[in-house]
Design a protein around this ligand. Structure first.
Ligand SMILES: Nc1ncnc2c1ncn2[C@@H]1O[C@H](COP(=O)(O)OP(=O)(O)O)[C@@H](O)[C@H]1O
Ligand SMILES: [Mg+2]
Length: 428
């Protein structure tokens, strides 16, 4: 282009994505997530004085980039997520290197809604895939020949989500959809196709999210348990993720081995198994690991929570919010009370608070401002993957601000529009 507008930015806007977010439940979407998950660059911190020197166009671009920074905050390792990540890493790696015929230990990740199960598991799996691809690209002689007649893609990790009110067939379809593979005629055919896809695409880790959407408490749900056993017979590291796994019925046919602290499933009798090679199968072992909220009852727990708040704080781009905005004074206790130490709720509250802080011109996060925000746990289109309240994926906790008695100090440009008389109206 010849005559550039003097106000035109020197480069395109790299912080805005073009098109929808990647859908991780397909091969292409997963690859995009894996490749782009660390690419977002937060906006540079500048002072209000520097901001005022910018041209109006640069200023609005800067505001856009600030907003993007606030909705793309990093994942912060927490003591709880570290436990999950460490165990998952070692399971995946050990299994991926195992050559002999012994069976592969699986992993179940248990925890309430918004506690970071999906993100923690996906990121750990993506990190494994990065390493795995790097190795194979370095030593191409080890590359597997794709099976004839299949799309020749290598998918070390496959991720799928159990559909709401899923039947066993529906879950199989979700797995096959990841690969874009054809369905089978019946459950047996479906599982056979799943096994073939896993082999053809050299998958070593299969993540099944929201497994507790499968109802397993009814007499006639033998099909579901048979399916789970079928999946356990697959030659992959199986990672099952769900809410309240111990009460879901998933463990019903297993027993707990106190020595290894694992759940053990006896091999299926020959003939009952969906796996023709199952005669070589021995028992399957699973670690059950919990992803809990922050704990505010011990000094170490509080310190970890405050650390997490400092991590968020560093990513805030508000002109009046300095160090300590979230991590000092009454804030930690306030935030804990609102969010019950649940990472996802904390992020929701912070994100909405940041929007309000920019809109109102307050440019700071205060308890008064956060009091105005309802943590909306319903499904917000475009913000969360669909959650199934019936399966416990939306935490049943009281997140309402407890308003202090007495007159509230006025602050913020827009506060005159607030209806102080009916605070409960804001709660919806
Ligand atoms: N360790 C973390 N640090 C920062 N944010 C997190 C962390 N874990 C989860 N989150 C955020 O919390 C929200 C809910 O996480 P998600 O993995 O969907 O929870 P779950 O699967 O347990 O319902 C997501 O927006 C995610 O980005
Ligand atoms: Mg989830």
């Amino acid at each position: 282009m010849s005559d550039r507008l003097p106000e035109a930015p020197d480069e395109p806007v790299p912080f805005l994505r073009f098109g929808p977010r990647p859908d991780r439940t397909t091969y292409e979407g997963w690859q995009e997530f894996r490749r782009t998950r660390e690419l977002f660059v937060p906006v540079k911190k500048i002072s209000l004085a520097e901001y005022r020197l910018l041209s109006p166009r640069k200023r609005s671009l800067h505001d856009l980039h600030r907003a993007a920074t606030h909705v793309n905050m990093r994942m912060e390792e927490t003591p709880m997520s570290a436990v999950v990540t460490t165990l998952m890493r070692s399971r995946i790696q050990n299994n991926a290197m195992r050559i002999g015929p012994s069976t592969l230990d699986g992993l179940m990740i248990n925890g309430g809604g918004y506690q970071g199960k999906t993100e923690t598991a996906c990121r750990t799996a993506a990190e494994f895939e990065d390493t795995w691809r790097d190795l194979f690209e370095r030593y191409p002689a080890y590359y597997l020949d794709p099976m004839p007649g299949t799309r020749d893609l290598i998918a070390p990790v496959a991720y799928c989500q159990t559909p709401v009110k899923a039947t066993p067939i529906g879950l199989c379809e979700a797995i096959l959809d990841f690969y874009g593979a054809p369905y089978g005629k019946n459950l047996r055919g479906m599982i056979r196709n799943v096994r073939e896809s896993i082999k053809a695409h050299a998958t070593t880790v299969l993540l099944i999210d929201d497994i507790t959407r499968l109802k397993m408490h009814r007499e006639d749900d033998q099909d579901t348990l048979d399916l789970i056993r079928g999946l356990m017979d697959l030659d992959v590291t199986l990672v099952l993720i769900g809410v309240n796994i111990p009460r879901s019925g998933l463990l019903r046919e297993g027993w707990h081995d106190p020595r290894t602290k694992q759940w053990v499933y006896a091999p299926l009798k020959k003939g009952k198994s969906y796996n023709p090679d199952a005669s070589t199968q021995t028992e399957r072992r699973f670690d059950l690991v919990n992803l809990a909220p922050f704990d505010y009852s011990s000094d170490a727990g509080i310190a970890a929570f405050v650390d997490h708040l400092v991590g968020i704080e560093n990513q805030i781009r508000l002109f009046n919010a300095g160090p300590g905005t979230l991590s000092e004074g009454e804030m930690p206790e306030y935030l804990y009370r609102r969010t019950h130490g649940i990472v996802g709720l904390l992020r929701r509250l912070a994100e909405d608070g940041l929007v309000k802080a920019m809109e109102s011109g307050l440019e700071d996060l205060t308890t008064d401002l956060l009091d105005e925000i309802t943590i909306n746990l319903g499904n917000v289109p475009g913000r969360d993957d669909g959650r199934d309240a019936e399966a416990g994926e939306i935490p049943d906790v009281d997140t309402a601000p407890k308003r202090k008695p007495g007159p509230r100090p006025r602050r913020g440009r827009n506060s005159v529009y607030d209806d102080r008389g009916t605070p409960s109206a804001a709660e919806g």
